[in-house]
Design a protein around this ligand. Structure first.
Ligand code: GDP
Length: 435
């Protein structure tokens, strides 16, 4: 069988469409591939020093060498910068393949970095987060992952589990020397460890907000100014604004960034009982949108006042909600909620900061778990809870060891220490080519 890891791989590492593109060659033959495709490859390679020159495929640009052990993947690597046309990139990749490289698979550069011990799985996931980040919050989380902050927290929990396991094993194997297992002491240690897994699991909701963002539905009676407010928040003319009540029939959505996080705004048709079938479909959809949103903005016309219908509609919203008194530029009496005007844009900043305040995540240097980590933490937690129950029964000590090993294995799968090759393969396969 061919040792795929011993092969030299090549792929563009920049997206199509820029004026400059980068192509990375990595593996034991990287320098010799470079020598074959780059006319000005130096006889004496100086790592991390870019050289300008011409390529055999007909372009000119830079070659930047990295020595084995001091590159992204850990292997000998050369990064070429050429002009960004598809022709130039394809020509260079082809030339590298003729010189002995093969095209890299999805995530293969980062997988090699993992396999050579340059990063663990959570750090690799951090790279992916940094590459895909669409908000400041995601960028910050990517950096924390990349720095190994989550990995250190998970490793500490795993160490504690392994410590408990060592205690159990010592008392079963060498009970004469170390004495009987003190089950109360062990139980207290395990309770602390369960607390730590709970703390990590507790970051999952904030993690979703940081990585994916939140959905905010704009609802209210027809003509309250929902579409106008939606547009004002978007700063663009996406939704149809009209004077005829009930003509915004579809749920429209757009994504903005506010308070450093992504916010998916959903403009809904008027929440109004109606006999018009088309419109009632819209009303149904807007109720759906409202019931699935992370936050509902209930907009009413301040110049008409917050009436009984508004009160009833506001009451039935089952999600976190904020009242918004729109048309505050017109004469109005005091009512609930934030006063805004979609027309003059007054109050919008305050509204956004209230939205961020009610659904946002605390800005801090705390790393959050990713969706992949949640079931593994749950598995570790369940195993630990089982061990505590077992220790309460008159059963042999070594039964506890089984559960502790299972917990350690699940935690190790988060960082990759105990991940099987197919798990690793699957994680990196979700990456794109060139990562
Ligand atoms: P929707 O049915 O709730 O989506 O309401 P629209 O956004 O279509 O607005 C209904 C009417 O109210 C339109 O004529 C808007 O120009 C007007 N309108 C919306 N917001 C404001 C506002 O803040 N001030 C004033 N004076 N008029 C507004």
């Amino acid at each position: 069988m061919v040792d795929r890891l011993a092969q030299t791989i090549v792929a563009p590492i920049t997206a199509v469409g820029g004026s400059v593109a980068m192509v990375r060659v990595s593996g034991p033959m990287a320098y010799s591939v470079a020598k074959a495709v780059f006319a000005n490859w130096p006889d004496k390679v100086e790592p991390r020093r870019a050289v300008y020159g011409t390529f055999v495929h007909g372009d000119d640009g830079l070659a930047l060498p990295f020595a084995s052990g001091a590159s992204y993947t850990g292997d000998e690597t050369v990064e070429f910068s050429v002009h960004g046309s598809a022709a130039s990139v394809a020509g260079l990749v082809e030339a590298c393949c003729q010189a002995g490289a093969r095209p890299a698979g999805p995530g293969e550069f980062t997988m090699r970095a993992f396999l050579s011990g340059r990063m663990d799985l959570t750090q690799a996931e951090g790279v992916r987060t940094l590459v895909e980040a669409q908000s400041d919050a995601a960028l910050r989380q990517g950096r924390l992952l990349r720095e190994g902050r989550l990995s250190a927290m998970v490793a500490a929990v795993r160490e504690a589990v392994l410590g408990a396991l060592a205690t159990v094993e010592a008392s079963t194997d060498f009970s004469e020397e170390v004495g009987d297992l003190d089950r109360d002491v062990l139980d207290r240690r395990l309770a602390d460890i369960v607390g730590e897994t709970d703390r990590l699991l507790g970051t999952a909701a904030a993690s979703r907000v940081a990585h994916v963002g939140v959905t905010v539905a704009v609802v209210g009676k027809p003509n309250a100014g929902k579409s106008s407010l939606f547009n004002a928040l978007l700063n663009a003319d996406r939704a149809i604004v009209t004077d005829v009540p009930g003509t915004t029939r579809d749920a429209l959505h757009e994504t903005i960034q506010a308070g450093g996080m992504l916010m998916r705004l959903v403009d809904t048709a008027g929440l109004r009982e109606t006999s018009d079938t088309v419109e009632s479909v819209g009303v149904g959809r807007s109720r759906d949108a409202a019931s699935e949103a992370d936050l509902v903005l209930y907009v009413y016309d301040a110049s008409a006042g917050f009436d009984e219908v508004d009160e009833a509609e506001f009451e039935v919203i089952s999600r976190p909600k904020l009242a918004v008194a729109n048309k505050a530029d017109l004469p109005h009496r005091d009512g609930p909620g934030t006063k805004v005007s979609a027309v003059t844009r007054s109050g919008l900043d305050e509204l956004l900061s209230r939205v961020v305040g009610s659904v946002g995540v605390a800005v801090g240097e705390v790393p959050f778990v990713l969706p992949r980590h949640v079931p593994l933490l749950q598995r570790a937690r369940e195993a630990l809870v089982d061990v505590r129950q077992t220790l309460g029964q008159p059963v042999p000590d070594d039964l506890a060891a089984v559960g502790l090993r299972a917990a350690a294995r699940a935690l190790g799968e988060i960082t990759g220490e105990t991940a099987t090759p197919d798990v690793v393969e699957r994680i990196f396969h979700d990456f794109c080519i060139g990562k």
